[in-house]
Design a binder for this molecule. Structure first.
Ligand SMILES: Nc1ncnc2c1ncn2[C@@H]1O[C@H](COP(=O)(O)OP(=O)(O)O)[C@@H](O)[C@H]1O
Ligand SMILES: [Mg+2]
Length: 337
């Protein structure tokens, strides 16, 4: 297990966001965090990374495990180029490479015991370099950037000249390269085109660590996740399986609740009809029987009517009048950076 959340509780003033919630993420598990807009998904991720404190409950990141987080709204800014920015995630391996080059030059001037000792050191460093995929980090960086939709010409562009969406893609790329034990991604597909989404699906499916993703894209989720963590009316529920399996399970639960509700409504109406009948006889005995039935009826706790299933919405919009062709026209616009 890499992450566990126990009995989370969180409110903003009067507004309860999470009233009861526990879930956990196993090593290498790919899970989705879903819920309608404003349900509290971003808030849960912020509590996990420590940006917000829960009112009560525990969040446990297993000792020694690393965590990476892509916020829903973030503004990574830097003077570095896109490629240089990604390289900062590989600072350790780049430093080691420099050390190896330096040692190679020194070796030429050494003899005897000092040479032996330095050679041993050199072999140790190259072994580590190889073990940490030092020979392939350049192609790894290039692969991730291309996967996320950057062209090679763009690699040298300074990050602070990019659009918000491009900056988020740089932040995502850097996070993927860092390879934390658990990745928390808040709506990562919002800034990606279809090709990049497909690339990210495959990347995450093969990712060696765990992933917790917030996304409304059910096709994306179907390909990537094997667990759904749902936040609804402040309650956190876990469903094993992909999105389709989750949707089927939800429908089953809702149908069962609706049936129970309808049965109860029928029973209540039946009892009310019998009571009315008994009262209409207006005899002492029948009134007593009506009263005892009323007492029984009062003891029934009415079930709440399950909400309509809003997962599928079908509607067609027809314009009541045909609008003009020009919605926006701009002339002589100029803009420079
Ligand atoms: N720092 C905050 N202070 C007060 N209310 C907040 C704060 N952050 C979020 N909220 C409110 O909490 C609710 C859940 O927000 P959020 O976690 O962003 O939802 P989601 O990511 O599921 O769309 C929203 O109603 C939002 O307005
Ligand atoms: Mg959000």
């Amino acid at each position: 297990m890499v992450l566990a959340c126990h009995n989370l509780c969180k409110a903003f003033l009067e507004q309860t966001i999470v009233k009861t919630g526990s879930f956990h993420i196993e090593d290498r598990e790919k899970a989705a965090l879903i819920g309608i807009n404003g349900a509290g998904k971003s808030t849960i991720l912020k509590m996990i990374v420590g940006e917000l404190a829960p009112d009560s409950g525990d969040i446990i990141l297993t000792k020694g495990k690393t965590l990476g987080y892509l916020a829903q709204h973030q503004i990574p800014d830097s003077n570095r180029s896109i490629l240089e920015e990604l390289k900062t995630a590989k600072a350790d391996i780049i430093r080691l490479e420099e050390e190896i080059r330096k040692t190679e030059q020194e070796l030429a001037d050494l003899t005897g015991d000092t040479l032996e000792a330095r050679l041993l050191e050199y072999h140790r460093m190259t072994a580590r370099f190889e073990q940490e995929s030092g020979y392939s980090y350049q192609s790894e960086l290039t692969g991730v950037l291309k996967g996320l939709g950057f062209t090679e010409e763009e690699f040298t562009k300074p990050v602070n000249t990019l659009s918000g969406g491009q900056k988020t893609r740089v932040a995502l790329g850097k996070l993927l390269i860092t390879k934390p034990d658990i990745l928390l991604l808040d709506e990562p597909t919002n800034h990606l085109d279809l090709n990049s989404i497909t690339w990210l699906e495959t990347y995450l499916m093969n990712y060696p660590g765990a992933v917790l993703i917030v996304s409304h894209d059910r096709y994306f989720l179907n390909r990537v996740v094997t667990k759904i963590v749902e936040i609804e009316h402040g309650e956190i529920m876990t469903y094993l399986g992909n999105y389709t399996e989750y949707a089927a399970k939800k429908k089953q639960l809702r149908d069962a609740r609706l049936k129970e509700y309808l049965n109860q409504q029928q029973e209540i109406r039946h009892q009310e009809a019998v009571i009315e009948k008994l009262r209409s006889f207006n005899r002492e005995k029948s009134i007593r029987r009506a009263e005892s039935r009323e007492k029984l009826l009062a003891k029934i706790t009415p079930l709440e009517k399950p909400e309509e299933d809003t997962a599928e919405l079908h509607f067609a919009l027809e314009p009541s009048c045909i609008s003009g062709n020009d919605v926006l026209s701009i002339e002589h616009l100029s803009k420079s950076f």
